[in-house]
Design a protein around this ligand. Structure first.
Ligand code: ADP
Length: 478
């Protein structure tokens, strides 16, 4: 079984969010169950120590409309997985992965270059191309348009995974020239058309042999109008080919026993060492150092989806409690400004406005409670990482949060965290209050809860097997 996993980001080369984690950890797990999976992504501005390990495999050209564009293909192996990198300095030697005015052109180039790269992959019998999110969407339909009649390409089956349907790659139809496509034929409802513009993701969903998304609940939610962002009816029509497969996390990468970026390693047999992380985090951030004050953490993109607005709605009430709140993240500037203001206003509030993998682990390890009040959440990895570090999640029951966090039941003493249903400040606040009550007044139950969530299996073990089954099923379609 040969699979090419196409992605715009993969840890440790480039990570913006959950997709970066998945693109590293899922292929690694599939490799361990005998899937010959390789990953292909853009070659961004990497540090020298990574560049030194890369080998150039090929040099070729591709086209953006009438423009000839140069491309180098590089490769290296990491954790037994072969990675390929599409290299064009003009498009990709930038600090961020996305967010530029010419993203559409960059990822049209990427998709076309990926399709050409297939010709240069040695010892690889390619059965499946697995594309992820809008950046690699076009690989799927363009394969059939440009390579039909070529047996290697005709034999490839396609999987498309929706990691977040909000980001679809929606642009004006005047871009069709870049794809070399005729407006009459392709600006239609069954292809690219999305209202008066075009949606890259829509076309991938329509063309892929199978569509997956990252949790069971999200696979149901995106078929509803309010969460489908214009694609709900297409997904409803294709529901027999749509599966929700829960994301996992890499249990080696996120392991409090061995994580070098936290202050003290620990495991569930010794929670005292977890609390040492808390005390050191409090000290480092200039907070009152006190084991009895609950530290509430958040590691998140600062965007509307993550429920930052909801948090702002309760901030005054929350900060007046005997708690400390530590948020790390980057995102929309108005949220960053608000957080700077709150930091001045409250002694017990810290906002560390940066994207820093090492620091994020200190927050996961050093917090008692972890907040994810998302408006919607395809899967969410933050709550899984938090649980792995024994930090109790408070989440809204949506998407993957609903599937992975069971509400705590004080009578039966089971559950994984504190769950609220409706997106409103009252329910959010009362879920936090419930968590504080157990933390402050029922220490034994709290410690049992921490141990229980650390022992949960949220690794890729089950889900990687599901992807393998799916690949085998569609490879058999031939
Ligand atoms: P999303 O992909 O929507 O951002 P997920 O919860 O699926 O949300 O994944 C987010 C990933 O990005 C997690 O690994 C989280 O730890 C990481 N992350 C988010 N913000 C930061 C930050 N400021 N610094 C370091 N890592 C971060």
């Amino acid at each position: 079984m040969g699979v090419l996993f196409v992605t715009a980001e993969a840890y440790p080369f480039m990570k913006v969010g959950g997709l970066g984690d998945v693109a590293y950890s899922l292929p690694k797990s599939l490799k361990q169950i005998d899937v010959d999976i390789r990953v292909i992504m853009p070659k961004y501005k990497f540090p020298k120590k990574i560049k030194r390990k890369m080998k150039r495999v090929a040099h070729y050209t591709t086209y953006i409309g009438w423009k000839t564009v140069d491309c180098n293909l590089f490769t290296l192996k990491l954790d037994e997985v072969q990675y390929y990198f599409i290299d064009n300095p003009f498009y990709f030697y930038r600090t961020e992965a996305y967010g530029y005015h010419d993203d559409y052109e960059r990822f049209i180039f990427f998709s076309k270059a990926v399709l050409e790269a297939i010709k240069y992959m040695d010892d690889f019998k390619l059965d499946i191309v697995h594309c992820n999110d809008w950046h690699s969407s076009l690989v799927i339909p363009l394969k059939d348009i440009y390579y039909r009649g070529n047996t290697i390409y005709d034999n490839i089956r396609t999987v498309f995974t929706v990691h977040n349907i909000l980001y679809q790659g929606v642009y004006g139809k005047d871009l069709l020239w870049m794809l070399g496509l005729d407006e009459k034929e392709y600006f239609t409802e069954d292809k690219l058309r999305y209202e008066e513009g075009i949606s890259f993701m829509k076309w991938a969903i329509l063309s892929a042999d199978r569509v997956t998304t990252v949790s069971k609940t999200y696979s149901e939610e995106i078929r509803q109008q309010h969460l489908g962002y214009g694609l709900s009816s297409i997904l409803e029509n294709k529901k027999h080919l749509l599966t929700g497969i829960q994301n996992g996390i890499d249990y080696d990468q996120f392991n409090p026993k061995e994580d070098k970026s936290i202050y003290f390693n620990y495991y569930c047999d010794n929670l005292d060492d977890k609390y040492k992380n808390k005390l050191k985090l409090q000290e480092d951030l200039g907070l009152v150092v006190d084991i009895n004050i609950p530290v509430i953490g958040m590691v998140t993109r600062l965007v509307d989806q993550k429920g930052i607005g909801l948090l702002e709605g309760i901030i005054n009430k929350l900060m007046n409690k005997n708690i400390q709140l530590v948020i790390t993240g980057t995102g929309e500037s108005h949220y960053e400004e608000d957080f700077r203001y709150f930091e001045n206003k409250y002694d017990n509030f810290r906002a560390v406005l940066k994207f820093d993998e090492g620091f994020s682990r200190k927050v996961y390890a050093g917090s008692d409670i972890f907040l994810m009040p998302s408006k919607f959440e395809p899967c969410g990895l933050g709550q899984l990482i938090a649980m792995r570090y024994g930090t109790v999640p408070v989440v809204r029951a949506t998407g993957g949060l609903k599937d992975t966090v069971e509400d705590y039941n004080k009578y039966t003493d089971d559950g994984d965290g504190f769950v609220f249903k409706e997106y409103n400040t009252i329910d959010f606040f009362s879920a936090i209050e419930r968590s504080l009550d157990v933390f402050n007044n029922h220490k034994d139950s709290w410690n049992r809860l921490c141990v229980r969530i650390m022992n949960k299996d949220n690794s890729w073990r089950l889900s990687a097997a599901k992807y393998k089954n799916l690949y085998m099923k569609i490879a058999k379609l031939r």
